[in-house]
Design a protein around this ligand. Sequence first.
Ligand SMILES: Nc1ncnc2c1ncn2[C@@H]1O[C@H](COP(=O)(O)OP(=O)(O)OP(=O)(O)O)[C@@H](O)[C@H]1O
Ligand SMILES: [Mg+2]
Length: 222
Amino acid sequence: MNAKIITVGAIKGGVGKTLTACQLAARLSQEKGKKIVMISGDNQGTCSIFLQFRMKNKNVPSFDLVSAKDEEVRKKAISFKQKYDVIVIDVGGTDNQSQRAAMSISDVFLVPFAPKSFEIWTADDVVALVEDLKKINNKMKCLCFINTAETIKNSKDNAAAKDKLKEEMKWFSVLDAKLSDRKAFSNASSIGLCVNETNYSMRDKKAILELETLYQEILKNL
Ligand SMILES: Nc1ncnc2c1ncn2[C@@H]1O[C@H](COP(=O)(O)OP(=O)(O)OP(=O)(O)O)[C@@H](O)[C@H]1O
Ligand SMILES: [Mg+2]
């Protein structure tokens, strides 16, 4: 085994890193025979709550989780390389040592952006961060996507945000996939499930399709 490492990061807080990382880890755990571990640098403990709920549900496959901070993130990830197929790292907050440590050994750096000009303005800082880390790890692929996209058809904000990302995000591929602002994502996450695992009363086909599209696009880059 030689685990692939995906870090979900950002410069701005609250853009959906933890939600994306948990949905991704849960979706990955559905792949038969694959061993998945999540490293959480997030001191809010959200990933661990997600996993506690998940483990109570006997119908869904699980994954492992450890917490780590700063340089420990890198050390743990390296020690997991031969034991797991995929390592998903959620780094909490803003630009911090945990994120830099994770990026130094990541195959994929995945950044969610909300489609508001305010969020997009951090693009420069994210590019500068990547530029720094590329000196240490130049094989890292950088992907970004729109999270909490507007659900209205042909949303101007979504399109404008995507155009701006394409213009400003040097080093990055701007994914076609997006996650819209849907209760299905937060509801499923609050009970430790991937959106495609919820029962029919909570089931949202559009959310499932969005997550699957994002997942497949990430796999293509892994
Ligand atoms: N696509 C989405 N649809 C609906 N709710 C979402 C979506 N993405 C994120 N959220 C919600 O937005 C809030 C912030 O998301 P999250 O905690 O994942 O952000 P974060 O980037 O990890 O924040 P922090 O920087 O504090 O670690 C959460 O309540 C989450 O459930
Ligand atoms: Mg978080």
